[in-house]
Design a protein around this ligand. Structure first.
Ligand SMILES: Cc1ncc(COP(=O)(O)O)c(C=O)c1O
Length: 302
């Protein structure tokens, strides 16, 4: 996040996700309205929560049971903090195991399967300093099909109906997170956003009618789908080495600015820019300058 990005997001009328006190302070000092900010994170520090309350963040997404008492205790007497609960809907989706966050057995959210989501919801509703506005989920990243979102949405509506039945509370908001897949290389699939919008909304209206629920305000968090297609990473080549039957092109960056290839094999299509070359096309491996042999940005690429 940068001040320029926060300004663009504000001008577009969007909300903003942050996951630290630093990001929140940056956004607010760049003039971003704090009520349009959502604070996420599975490990919020005391400073994250103190800053969120002090600056009047719009929503805090509760990711674990210990946050409930911590936030409730920090809210000033007579005031109320809007919160949502991150739910694990039991949907496996996403481009790689390491970016799938919709099932049990990973670190994010609270599961309805073992009852921890319901337990947290009941505790939050008991806290006078907390205003539960709705449920949140984020099932993963680089999802290129609409179907997993529809399955997740049905389960979220089911849980909203159970909250209504158990507590008599109709939640006014539903946040379906992000994960909208984009193409990083020519020919790769991306998520059809128009189809997602149409089918998600239709499924929500239908599901709420069947459960006799008021249709909640629907939010999505399209992270990379907004910025990814608009951006490139620009590096300078520092060294070229022909060794062990491979050509290594080393650049002035690497896993420090982009850990995705090293973490889960993300692939890119590097291009030479800024000058023409008369050399023929050849296969090379683009590596970074960090002190790890695994600091590879693009293996065996042209
Ligand atoms: C809560 C939440 N919302 C939205 C996103 C954005 O997803 P993506 O980076 O796949 O666009 C993320 C990414 O991790 C997230 O954790």
């Amino acid at each position: 996040l940068s001040r320029g990005m926060a300004r663009w997001v504000r001008e577009e009328g969007l909300g903003l996700d942050v996951c630290s006190a630093g990001e929140l302070e940056l956004a607010v000092t760049a003039g971003f309205p704090s009520e349009r900010v959502v604070l996420h994170g599975n490990a919020k520090s005391p400073r994250d929560l103190e800053t969120a309350l002090r600056l009047g963040v719009g929503r805090i997404v509760i990711d674990g049971p210990s946050e409930i008492a911590r936030i409730a205790a920090a809210v000033a007497p007579g005031e109320r903090q809007k919160v949502m609960v991150r739910v694990v809907p039991g949907v496996s989706a996403g481009g790689h195991d390491k970016i799938r966050t919709g099932t049990d057995g990973q670190k994010f959210g609270l599961s309805p399967t073992d009852g921890s989501a319901q337990h947290a919801l009941a505790r939050i509703l008991d806290q006078p300093g907390l205003e539960l506005t709705g449920l949140h989920c984020h099932i993963g990243s680089q999802i290129t099909e609409v179907k997993p979102y529809l399955v997740a949405l049905r389960r979220m509506v089911g849980l909203m109906a159970r909250v209504r039945d158990a507590h008599g509370v109709v939640l006014p908001e539903l946040d379906m997170g992000g994960g909208h897949g984009i193409a990083y290389r020519p020919g790769e699939p991306s998520l059809d956003l128009t189809a997602l919008a149409r089918r998600l909304r239709a499924e929500l209206v239908e599901g709420c009618a069947a459960a006799r629920l008021t249709v909640p305000r629907l939010a999505v968090e399209p992270g990379r789908a907004v910025v990814g297609p608009a951006g490139i990473a620009l590096y300078r080549v520092l060294a070229v080495k022909d060794t062990g039957g491979k050509v290594f092109v080393a650049v002035d960056g690497g896993m420090g600015d982009n850990p995705r290839p090293a973490l889960y094999g993300a692939r890119y299509a590097p291009r030479l820019v800024g000058r023409r070359s008369t050399a023929g096309i050849r296969a090379v491996t683009v590596v970074g300058r960090h002190c790890e042999a695994g600091d590879v940005l693009a293996a065996d690429t042209e």
